[in-house]
Design a protein around this ligand. Structure first.
Ligand SMILES: C[S@@+](CC[C@H](N)C(=O)[O-])C[C@H]1O[C@@H](n2cnc3c(N)ncnc32)[C@H](O)[C@@H]1O
Length: 209
């Protein structure tokens, strides 16, 4: 699943750069290395993650041979901080086009926080911006809280880093619309990789509504 998901987000980044997008924001970036793999003159990468993760990543980036130009590391706890304000403080220009990536992160946030984060990104999005996000989904007609509990019980890190938001695809679409995003494409990751279980992860791209 992760391999197929990675190819999808790599493709989104390559298309944005080819189309002249000057800013790429990666929310919940963790140890994402796209800012290095896809570094391009005139394109600035911003990565948003927990302060502790950013401090560790900064150390690792500085230690790389040749110290290639890396991303702007934006320290923010999405449970408490406004990512739009944090991005602005780091130099992100809401007046220029941006690709926003949310890969493998929204599932870790509770529903209210997902809504706040997506709304905050919309607030700093240029009309031609793109959002690309992976969404944890389950079948319609099943109780989301039970799905989340069962998923965390299966995971080794289910207690320490619980998944919190898994919804039917339709509820995710409604959530995105409430936050100001119109879904342009929606792809089940199972359609992109052999042996991936369908109905679990939806990859969407969207534009400001
Ligand atoms: C599973 S990792 C995904 C990393 C990367 N996007 C990828 O797909 O490989 C989830 C990331 O979200 C970050 N994250 C989760 N909750 C967060 C929060 N409340 N505030 C900031 N970052 C958070 C974690 O620190 C971690 O780097």
């Amino acid at each position: 699943m992760v391999a197929a998901r990675t190819r999808f987000f790599d493709g989104v980044v390559e298309s944005a750069i080819a189309g002249g997008t000057p800013q790429i924001v990666i929310v919940g970036a963790g140890y994402d290395d796209r800012a290095l793999r896809f570094r391009t003159p005139g394109v600035r990468f911003y990565e948003v993650d927990h302060p502790a993760t950013q401090a560790d990543k900064a150390r690792r980036l500085t230690a790389l041979p040749g110290a290639p130009p890396g991303p702007s590391l934006v320290a923010a706890d999405l449970d408490h901080d406004d990512p739009g304000a944090a991005l602005a403080a780091a130099g992100h220009d809401a007046g220029r086009c941006t690709l926003f990536l949310c890969e493998g992160v929204l599932v870790y946030l509770d529903l209210a926080t997902v809504e706040q984060v997506l709304t905050a990104l919309h607030r700093v999005a240029h009309p031609a911006a793109t959002l690309a996000a992976s969404l944890a989904v389950h079948a319609e007609g099943v109780d989301s809280a039970r799905v989340v509990a069962a998923a965390n019980a299966r995971r080794l890190t289910g207690e320490r880093e619980p998944w919190q938001t898994i919804l039917p695809a339709g509820e995710h679409r409604e959530l995105l619309a409430r936050c100001g995003w119109r879904v342009a494409t929606a792809t089940d990751v199972a359609d992109l990789g052999d042996g991936v279980q369908p109905g679990r992860t939806l990859l969407v791209t969207g534009t400001p509504a």
